[in-house]
Structure formats: structure tokens, C-alpha cells
Design a binder for this molecule. Structure first.
Ligand code: AMP
Length: 300
């Protein structure tokens, strides 16, 4: 059981219609690792500057996240992203993006990571995702996420990575952009022709669908009347999903369905507070209670 995650570790400035938070800790890798830490012991690969808070590193360690693959660049500045949400939490605009220390990042994973069973290539430059895939031996399961920016600007590199992974995590907008198909089922099938065995399609408050060549599963989202900060929901979904699968011996259809349910549960917690703050108090018993409630909600 070991899950390696590569992705951004960041400062985020987040604006919602009712609040604004400056330079809080975020990043695709951070959200994903925290969500996964309720199921397995994630190992992260990434880079931060000297400005990254020691307190956050200590918190990640307390959640038993392995930071050997996290480079701290002396004098460097941490990746920065600023996003603005409209009244619809599914709609967001990137206001500013400074890659900073990621500009010269050449990931080299520690020897203790090379036998990872599960590898998640969270949203980051596809060239970096590919570099990680080259360094792990024979993972049982590989998955990736991406965003419109890479689909538009680094399509070739992205398609190369896609050919090699088992699962693509994407939202409806991304999968449409990637395939040129409006219909989500047709788009998903098109992705299956590009490499992956499964597509996990995230649909915000409407839930998620997972489909493969002869497999389909749909799950609703936890009913949440007030979304405080949607940032990191997608990464937490992937973290719950892959963390759960990493801790299981099987990749059966039932295991994948439960993984999707745990993914939804973890995403539903993330959006209850800004940045990674909900994870500071979240207990495993709350995760299990919400999973049980999900089950009751979906049964008929
Ligand atoms: P999510 O809301 O799950 O899609 O992911 C949000 C996180 O992605 C934020 O915490 C950002 O720091 C991070 N992020 C935003 N843009 C990028 C990018 N171009 N590359 C890597 N990470 C990014």
C-alpha cells in the first residue's frame, strides 16, 4: 500500500461572492494528499519555496504524509494561484498564476517511492507528469487529472501521458475540450479510446460518474447548502478515490464504486471551509459516518 502523488503545492488567493482569503495554502497535491491520508500514507512529489509555512509542513507530517519528495528551494517562491468564483461554485476564473519554483522543477523521486502501487499525476504540467511515470517501477494503478490550460497549450504531451494511465479524472468542461464531444457519454467513450480504462467524471454539486468499457456508475454529491470554498474539491475527490483503492487489494467493480463514494465524501468536506482548513479538524469517524449516510441516500 503506497500512493505517490505529484502536483502543485501552492499559495492560493480565493475570492467567492461573499469572502476573500489571501495566500492560503492550497495546491492540487496538497488537497489530494490530505484527502488520501484518511485511507493510506501518501508520498508527495512537488516543490515549494522558502516562504512555505513550516507549520503546514508539520501538519502534513502529522497526517502521516511522506514529504521526502517535496523540494524546498532556498530563496525560492512557492507557486501562486488566484481564482474567483461566481455565484455558481462550478464556475471559476483564474485571475493570476505564478509558477515560481515550478518553472525550473525537474522532479526526481526518492528511491523509497519507486515501488509505489498507486500513482496519481495531479494537475500539473504534463511534462512533469510524464517525468514521474518514467521513474516508478510497476504501479498497479495510475491516474491523472488535468485542466483546460494544459489541454489547450500542451495537448501532445498530455495525450502521451493519457495513453499510459488507467484512470482520467476530469470535469465536464475538460472532457468536452479534450474530445470535442458535447455529449458527456460520447466524450467519455472517446477518452477510453485514448488510453485509460476508466474515466471519473466530476460534475460538482451534481455528483460524479465513473465509466469504463463495460462499466458505469453514477453517484450524487452530498447535499451541501453552503459551499464556503470549492477549491480543491476535484483533488479531494481523487484523493479519497485513490486513497481508498490503494488500501484495498482489489480493483473490482464494487471497489471502484466505493472509491467514487469516498471521493465524493472527501470533496464534500473540503468545500465546507477555506483551503485545507476542514482537514485540520476532520476525523476518520466523520468520514465513515458521511459514507454511511451516502449509502442510505443512494439505496432504493
Ligand atoms: P481543484 O479545485 O481541485 O480543481 O484544484 C484547485 C487547486 O489547483 C488550487 O489549490 C491551485 O493551487 C491549483 N492549481 C490551479 N491552477 C493550477 C495549475 N495551472 N497547475 C497546477 N495547479 C494549479
Amino acid at each position: 500500500m503506497s500512493l505517490v502523488i505529484v502536483g502543485s503545492v501552492a499559495f492560493d488567493t480565493v475570492e467567492t461572492p461573499s469572502a476573500r482569503r489571501e495566500r492560503i495554502v492550497g495546491g492540487s497535491c496538497t488537497h489530494c494528499a490530505l484527502a488520501a491520508s484518511y485511507f493510506t500514507r501518501p508520498k508527495i512529489v512537488g516543490v515549494v519555496g522558502e516562504d512555505f509555512p513550516a507549520e503546514t509542513l508539520a501538519f502534513l507530517r502529522r497526517r502521516r504524509i511522506d514529504l521526502k519528495g517535496l523540494n524546498v528551494v532556498p530563496g525560492g517562491k512557492t507557486f501562486f494561484w488566484q481564482g474567483r468564483y461566481g455565484p455558481d461554485p462550478n464556475e471559476r476564473e483564474t485571475v493570476q498564476l505564478d509558477v515560481n519554483v515550478f518553472a525550473d522543477f525537474n522532479p526526481e523521486i526518492p528511491p523509497s517511492y519507486r515501488n509505489a502501487e498507486t500513482v496519481f499525476l495531479a494537475n500539473i504540467d504534463p511534462d512533469l507528469q510524464e517525468a514521474i511515470l518514467r521513474q516508478v517501477r510497476r504501479p498497479r494503478l495510475t491516474a491523472m487529472d488535468t485542466i483546460n490550460h494544459w489541454i489547450q497549450n500542451k495537448r501532445e504531451a498530455l495525450l502521451r501521458v493519457l495513453r499510459e494511465v488507467d484512470i482520467l479524472f476530469a470535469n465536464d468542461e475538460e472532457i468536452r475540450l479534450l474530445t470535442g464531444e458535447r455529449n458527456l457519454i460520447a466524450a467519455g467513450r472517446r477518452v477510453l479510446d485514448m488510453g485509460p480504462r476508466y474515466v471519473a467524471l466530476k460534475k460538482g454539486e451534481h455528483g460524479a460518474m465513473v465509466f469504463g468499457r463495460d462499466f458505469f456508475f453514477g453517484i450524487v454529491s452530498h447535499p451541501c447548502g453552503e459551499v464556503v470554498d470549492p477549491t480543491g474539491a476535484g483533488d479531494s475527490f481523487a484523493g479519497g478515490f485513490l486513497g481508498y483503492l490503494d488500501a484495498r487489494k482489489t480493483l473490482s467493480a464494487m471497489a471502484i464504486k466505493r472509491a467514487a463514494a469516498y471521493g465524493s465524501v472527501m470533496a464534500s468536506f473540503t468545500i465546507e471551509d477555506f483551503g485545507i482548513d476542514r482537514f485540520r479538524t476532520l476525523r476518520k469517524s466523520e468520514v465513515e459516518a458521511r459514507f454511511a449516510a451516502f449509502r442510505r441516500m443512494a439505496a432504493f
